[in-house]
Structure formats: structure tokens, C-alpha cells
Design a protein around this ligand. Structure first.
Ligand code: C2G
Length: 131
């Protein structure tokens, strides 16, 4: 069984996230999503609309996702990969080359980001509508 892992905040879940999760799952048989906790999002400088529990529920409802675990810090990836026996690490290519050090532990794949959509764009566009 080929196990794939990816990491992210996945706030205001949108089709760019779904495209990423779909393609990540297509690389293997089992997809793990390490979901940034509310506390880690503060470290990342992100203010989430949905809480960790709400974002976890949304991800668990997606057919491509087999397991959701918490992402609590930048340093846990190697341990996650070893403990969970992960074969492939996947991220959108806005992270290209940032995680190449993980090649010592598993295959590292960067997938094209879906253009035109992002959580911050959604927030920005909604604010515009208010005016
Ligand atoms: N993504 C995408 N296309 C978009 C928006 C996002 O492919 N239009 C991808 C990102 O590249 C990322 C995933 O969806 O792989 C989740 O995006 P975010 O929630 O923004 O994740 P990020 O905050 O970048 O967290 O340790 C890694 C970090 O936790 C990554």
C-alpha cells in the first residue's frame, strides 16, 4: 500500500485544495493530511475562519482523504514520515524545493497549484462585496 502525506491549513476549503488532494491520492492508495492546528497557524501567521475541528471534519468528508492528523510544528515531518511509513510527500509548488530534505526519507512531489483561487482571495473578494 503506497502511503501519501500532505500538509496544510485548508481553511475555507475550496476547489484548489480539492484538486491538490485528488492528485495527491492518485499517487498512491492512502492519503494522510497533516492539518495545521489553530496554534500552529498562529506560528504560520495565518488567522483561520474555521477551527481545527471544523477544518478536520471538512477534510474527513472528502473521498480522497483517509486520515487527518494534527500539524503542530515545522519540525514533525521526518518523524511523521518514519512513524506512519509514508512513501510520498506532496505539496503544492508554491513550496517547490522547500522540503527537498525529505528526499532522504521518501519521494517528494510538488504539484501545480490551481490558479486563481486561494483562501486569502476569497476573504478579499468577500470584503469587497461588503462595500
Ligand atoms: N493549494 C493549491 N492550489 C491553490 C491553493 C492551495 O494547490 N489554489 C495547495 C497548497 O499548495 C498546499 C495545500 O493546497 O499544498 C494547502 O494549502 P494551504 O492550506 O494554504 O497550506 P499552507 O498554509 O501552505 O501550509 O508545513 C506545510 C504547511 O502547513 C503548508
Amino acid at each position: 500500500m503506497i502511503k501519501v502525506i500532505t500538509y496544510g491549513t485548508f481553511d475555507l476549503l475550496h476547489y484548489g485544495h480539492i484538486n491538490l488532494l485528488k492528485r495527491a491520492k492518485e499517487l498512491g492508495d492512502y492519503l494522510i493530511v497533516a492539518l495545521s492546528t489553530n496554534e500552529f497557524n498562529l506560528v504560520k501567521g495565518k488567522k483561520c475562519y474555521f477551527s481545527y475541528e471544523q477544518r478536520k471534519k471538512l477534510l474527513e468528508a472528502i473521498r480522497y482523504v483517509d486520515l487527518v492528523i494534527p500539524e503542530e510544528n515545522w519540525e514533525q515531518k521526518i518523524n511523521d514520515i518514519l512513524q506512519l511509513k509514508v512513501d510520498i510527500f506532496v505539496m503544492g509548488n508554491d513550496w517547490k524545493n522547500k522540503f527537498n530534505y525529505l528526499n532522504d526519507y521518501c519521494k517528494v512531489v510538488y504539484l501545480e497549484r490551481t490558479p486563481e483561487i486561494s483562501t486569502s482571495k476569497i476573504k478579499f473578494d468577500l470584503k469587497l462585496d461588503e462595500k
